[in-house]
Design a protein around this ligand. Structure first.
Ligand code: SF4
Ligand code: SF4
Length: 193
């Protein structure tokens, strides 16, 4: 599909530059959406998101649930006859939505992403217990989340999948270097995390 809408193509161009993907060249065959494990919980299917970008529908795309629900699994790219890496497009859209202050009805995933990155910055690696506890506290549904954790957490300790040494975060030797990378990226983004 080759469409250029005068006055509306700057959104398309920005997405193409930031993602490195030629969105205009999508054939709209829908193979990506057929294979996407999350298309059923998205408000717009992955191929629809691409079409909406081509038509300059920034105000519909950036607050959409779809761009937050993408888990970057790459299944769509493996099935795409045009070799698109759709997760790169979703990543670019998420960054643009954040920078431009668009809010989505899907708020849990951005919160969890932020906590995940904070854990990696502070320890140099993932601290699962910290992620789980902070995520539960941030989502505002503590009773429901604790109830969901009860059948899972204790068996993990009893079966040796997790130990008491995993409760507190353990920093890697290069943690300061990891934190510096995060700080530099934040500076490059003009102070936005
Ligand atoms: S599979 Fe590829 S070409 Fe087909 S709609 Fe999806 S992104 Fe476009
Ligand atoms: S990368 Fe995103 S859009 Fe592609 S299949 Fe996975 S969840 Fe769906």
């Amino acid at each position: 599909m080759k469409v250029v809408l005068h006055g509306e193509h700057s959104f398309l161009e920005e997405v193409e530059v930031r993602s490195g993907q030629k969105v205009q060249e999508c054939h709209q065959c829908s193979k990506c959406s057929g294979g996407c494990p999350f298309s059923g919980v998205m408000d717009y299917s992955p191929n629809s998101i691409l079409e909406m970008i081509v038509y300059g529908m920034k105000d519909q795309v950036l607050p959409s649930k779809s761009i937050q629900m993408c888990i970057q699994c790459g299944t769509c790219g493996a099935q795409c006859p045009a070799g698109f890496e759709l997760y790169e497009v979703m990543n670019a859209l998420r960054a643009m939505a954040k920078e431009e202050g668009y809010t989505s009805s899907e708020t849990k995933i951005p919160k969890m992403n932020k906590i995940f990155l904070g854990e990696v910055r502070n320890s140099g690696r993932m601290h699962e217990v910290g992620l789980i506890v902070k995520n539960m506290l941030s989502q505002g549904e503590l009773a429901r989340d604790v109830a969901a954790l009860i059948p899972i957490g204790p068996p993990m300790f009893l079966n040796g999948i997790m130990g008491f040494g995993d409760i507190l975060p353990r920093k890697i030797h290069g943690q300061a270097a990891v934190a510096k990378i995060f700080d530099n990226v934040q500076k490059m983004r003009g102070g936005q995390g």
